[in-house]
Design a protein around this ligand. Sequence first.
Ligand SMILES: Nc1ncnc2c1ncn2[C@@H]1O[C@H](COP(=O)(O)OP(=O)(O)O)[C@@H](O)[C@H]1O
Ligand SMILES: [Mg+2]
Length: 404
Amino acid sequence: MYSNSSPTETQLLASYERLIEISHQLNSTLDLGTLLRHIISAATELTKTEEASILLLDPTTGELRFESTTNSNTLEMEDIIVPKEGSIAGWVVTHGEPRVIQDVSHEPSFFSRVDDTLEFKTRNLLGVPMRAQNRVIGVLEAVNKKDGARFEEHDIQVLITLANQAAIAIENARLFQQSDFISEMVHELRTPLAALKASTTLLLRPDLPSEKREDIIYTMQGETERLIRLTSEFLDLARLESGRAKLDIASFDLLRLIKESVDVVLSQASDRGVTLEILCEPFTISGDRGKIKQVLLNLLTNAIKYNRQGGTITLDARVSPVHEEPFVELAVNDTGYGISKENQKNMFQKFYRVANTAGFTTGTGLGLAIAKHIIEAHGGHIWLESQEDVGSTFYLTLPLSQQS
Ligand SMILES: Nc1ncnc2c1ncn2[C@@H]1O[C@H](COP(=O)(O)OP(=O)(O)O)[C@@H](O)[C@H]1O
Ligand SMILES: [Mg+2]
């Protein structure tokens, strides 16, 4: 009923062969972001369409949202809650069936807010449910057949097969993320909790000399602060990893933010005799000021903590030479111990701390993992260059504001 030029047997076979290859690829990654990108690029390839998107039901709120799309404006799309009534994707999750719209201009239930927000024109679309363990977890959409073609029965079948494989891979990645995260978190909480328990036991001893009492209380205070920092950083990272943290984008002056952040760490720096130097010119950024401040504070405290006594920190910024769009590149340089090539590879992984510095500094090993999520959510990059015994430079890029 959909076909007027049905594909040949060979073409069908080729797309199923391709599906098997893709399925191997999907099962080989447990990183949710990478997985979602693989799925949407497979969807456009297999259905010969211009764009594809994945919408997932939030497991806690039940809201339907864009999680990933081939469209470059993913960030704006992620803010849109797609209504379950009055949208094609909503219809697909509620009914658990595929839906083809050959011409959206004749379709009253098409949800046009996405097009309006992105100045994008949807001509036709195919939405199929993503089912894992008999539960619909979201929708896979393929948008705009290339060369003015229509969606065929074959497109529907191929996309359904892909969506079901993808749904299982997403569930696996989510489970892995959770189990991994919870066990690591519990592990990290045990050390300060054990220290607190030992301290209370000591404090209760009647024979404890009174001058010891104060030391123990200071230890308890330190461990409590560590617990507070750990739990709040855990929460930040969990929100960022699950895609629940939304960016609050506005234009702001980067230099002002840098000065503000430097003020926060100034006393910490002078405790170690570290001097800070700002060489940046003013740049207007478009981003989430609060979250970017969190990134800067972490880079600055790292540059202080892992610097040598009396060292320096230099901040510099320039227009990024690597982005096609206008981006700024900020560099935070220190004269610290540096990081070996081996350790550089793991630098942005959660809980990773270099063994020889972890001993004498406080930290959670979450700061750089959080920073990477925040910068990449802005479309930027974060990386480092470092030489042992010389120092390290952390670089990050952020979009410049287009308003002049
Ligand atoms: N500027 C730096 N110089 C040397 N080592 C660094 C620097 N920044 C980070 N590191 C190393 O990377 C690890 C992870 O940093 P981060 O994620 O901010 O965690 P934390 O600061 O809580 O330990 C640190 O424990 C440290 O070993
Ligand atoms: Mg840190």
